[in-house]
Design a binder for this molecule. Structure first.
Ligand SMILES: Nc1nc2c(ncn2[C@@H]2O[C@H](COP(=O)(O)OP(=O)(O)OP(=O)(O)O)[C@@H](O)[C@H]2O)c(=O)[nH]1
Ligand SMILES: [Mg+2]
Length: 183
């Protein structure tokens, strides 16, 4: 019986209180943006992925909120379009491969360059350290230091460790994002 009321409640929320929000996912090539979006939208994780050319968009449902997620290509030639796709969104998600130490300085540089755009002032930022399933990786505290997140000011900033492959901590990601649905 409780299940029937729950479904009715969810249906009422979706029908009369539906909200759509825009989220842009950026980060260097191979960080796992497309993989994360695949699993968030209910598809299976894939080991062999194709690098994103331009962008890809998928909708993810979380309760009454529809997250319209823009997944951008991370290769150098696509990075100049990140700022344009981040303008006016409810939240920016920056994904880092925490097992690839060699790319960390570049990830930090690209993140700070993006955040310095006046057009993106105040937009909440969620930094995700992906691939926590791998052995040789940074902890969240080490990632916060490596990305110098404490120097990012004038916006909400959070940082989580996740694994798209093992679907670790993904509920926390959606929970954090939907807080910004109406802002
Ligand atoms: N071990 C592990 N591998 C992952 C994880 N997430 C993604 N990968 C792998 O990392 C590689 C790159 O994943 P993508 O999702 O294509 O990366 P991307 O950030 O979209 O890359 P671009 O589109 O080029 O910017 C693939 O081989 C994935 O299988 C994870 O959580 N753990
Ligand atoms: Mg991709």
């Amino acid at each position: 019986m409780a299940g029937v009321f729950r479904r009715l409640y969810d249906w009422l929320l979706r029908t009369f209180w539906a909200t759509e929000m825009d989220v842009t996912m950026v980060g260097l090539q191979n960080a796992g943006k497309t993989s994360l979006l695949r699993v968030l939208s209910g598809a299976e994780f894939e080991i062999d992925t194709i690098p994103t050319v331009g962008f890809n968009m998928k909708r993810v449902q979380k309760g009454h909120v529809t997250l319209k997620c823009w997944d951008l290509g991370g290769q150098p030639r696509f990075r100049q379009m990140w700022e344009r796709y981040c303008r006016g969104v409810n939240a920016i998600v920056f994904i880092v491969d925490i097992a690839d130490m060699a790319l960390l300085p570049m990830a930090k540089e690209e993140l700070h360059a993006l955040m310095s755009n006046q057009t993106l002032a105040g937009i909440p930022l969620l930094v995700l350290g992906n691939k926590s399933d791998l052995l040789d990786k940074l902890t969240v505290d080490e990632l916060i230091d490596a990305m110098d997140l404490k120097s990012v000011s004038n916006r909400e900033v959070s940082c989580y460790g996740i694994s798209a492959r093992e679907e670790t901590n993904l509920d926390a990601v959606l929970h954090w994002l939907v807080k910004y649905a109406n802002r």
